[in-house]
Design a binder for this molecule. Structure first.
Ligand SMILES: Cc1cc2nc3c(=O)[nH]c(=O)nc-3n(C[C@H](O)[C@H](O)[C@H](O)COP(=O)(O)OP(=O)(O)OC[C@H]3O[C@@H](n4cnc5c(N)ncnc54)[C@H](O)[C@@H]3O)c2cc1C
Length: 389
């Protein structure tokens, strides 16, 4: 274990790994990433990792666009294939029509490749769909999903090649400071001197921040997903689908399996990240299965092959909180993914790395994501609410 580092990143999920990668690309060699489990063992590993641009606010749209470019480059750099740009479809109910129109206008104004399609074209993209009750449909041909573990491992591999020290199975248990300046991080394997720490600890970010004496407005919820499989039959689903009509999202996993979760509006079950049921509930499984079969009747021949629960880390306005430095000198945060930040993570790591290295604004100005927004009434507003952003 090293004795000192210029920058310590706590957390090896999408945020921490992207930050390490981008800092190392900017020439910082003395980086240390600490992960208490394996890489991507937190929310990132449990994520559906669906990627779409359809957001209410400009900054999220720009971050997604940049993230897709970063992931494409990372594929070339590593030779790994983890980005599936098979397209994304949004099924909108009638009561959200006007919000849909507002979002689409902004997306098109920002140059995002998206279009509204009619039911006939929807059926040509999703041949097994039951179109009942769908009011509007958006299609993004360049969106889709990614393999989240492979993305994190790819970021980490390059960061490591560039000299980053990555310690897995190493838990942060203390943060020391003097004169309001961070001076070391304590782990279960020893202490590391440093003047700079970034908290990217996902659902544990609140606890980590309390080690530094800083309270963050974060809550953690348990979120369930299921996988349906039929080894004898193809699902016919090639795209990712956010289905606000039935409040579910789904995406393919190979040709014979489909991953499904429930979307907002839904009740979020607040839990502690160290004490929650990793299995999905029977009621959730049957309800989710019935919603998806109603929309895609061909999936009635598919069996439950796995189910699990992961964690959202929710902020008061359902958008991440990112600060290069808070009131404690040397302490920065990139926390509160709020159930939709896998797709933002690659670019968030890049923007934060630029701020850390140059102490100036990043190529996409992320200052509006700072913690101070909650005190100055500058919280983000979202058209559809929850993690739909
Ligand atoms: C079921 C589910 C579905 C989702 N679907 C989508 C989706 O379709 N699209 C999308 O964009 N987003 C989605 N998300 C959200 C997305 O996955 C998260 O916003 C994102 O992965 C959060 O990444 P992170 O790096 O902040 O946190 P994490 O991935 O949780 O990483 C934090 C890491 O910090 C480590 N850590 C914590 N405490 C310590 C400590 N004391 N010492 C050392 N290490 C520590 C943890 O072990 C963990 O690995 C989903 C999330 C869930 C749970």
């Amino acid at each position: 274990m090293i004795k000192s580092a210029e920058i310590i990143i706590i957390g090896g999920g999408i945020i921490g790994s992207s930050l390490a990668y981008h800092l190392s690309k900017l020439g910082i060699r003395d980086i240390c990433l600490l992960e208490k489990g394996e890489l991507a063992s937190g929310s990132t590993g449990d994520s559906a990792a669906i990627i779409r641009h359809h957001y209410t606010n400009e900054i999220s749209i720009r971050l997604v666009k940049d993230s897709i470019n970063i992931l494409s480059e990372l594929q070339h750099e590593t030779g790994n294939h983890f980005l599936h740009q098979n397209g994304w479809v949004f099924l909108c109910p009638e009561n959200a029509d006007s919000m849909f129109d507002l979002n689409m206008k902004q997306l098109i104004d920002l140059g995002i490749e998206t279009k509204e399609i009619d039911i006939k074209n929807t059926i040509s993209l999703l041949p097994n769909i039951n179109p009942t009750g769908i009011s509007k449909v958006a299609y993004e041909p360049d969106s889709g999903y990614a393999d989240p573990k492979s993305v994190v491992e790819s970021f980490a591999k390059i960061a490591k090649t560039n000299g980053t020290n990555i310690y897995t199975n190493t838990k942060v248990i203390g943060i020391s400071k003097s004169n309001n300046q961070i001076n070391s991080v304590e782990t279960d394997k020893g202490n590391i001197k440093t003047n700079k720490v970034i908290n990217a600890a996902g659902p544990w970010a609140y606890d980590i921040s309390m080690l530094a004496g800083i309270n963050l407005p974060l809550t953690v919820s348990r979120e369930q997903e299921i996988m349906l499989t039929n080894p004898e039959q193809e699902s016919g689903l090639n795209l990712s689908v956010s289905n606000m009509v039935d409040k579910i999202y789904l995406r393919p996993k190979g040709k014979h399996s489909v991953l499904i979760g429930q979307g907002h509006p839904k009740t979020n079950e607040i839990v502690h990240p160290d004490k929650f049921n990793r299995k999905a509930d029977n009621q959730f499984i049957s309800e989710t299965q019935s919603r998806v079969i109603n929309r895609f009747p061909n999936l009635s021949n598919f069996q439950l092959s796995s189910s699990w629960s992961g964690l959202y880390t929710i902020t008061p306005d359902w958008h991440m909180i990112i600060d290069n430095e808070l009131s404690l000198k040397g302490y920065g945060i990139a926390v509160g993914g709020s159930g939709h930040s896998f797709k933002l993570g690659p670019s968030i790591g890049k923007q934060l790395a630029q701020e850390i290295v140059s102490s100036q604004s990043s190529s996409i100005n992320i200052s509006s994501l700072g913690l101070s927004r909650f005190k100055s009434n500058k919280e983000f507003k979202s058209t559809y609410g929850g993690n739909r952003g």
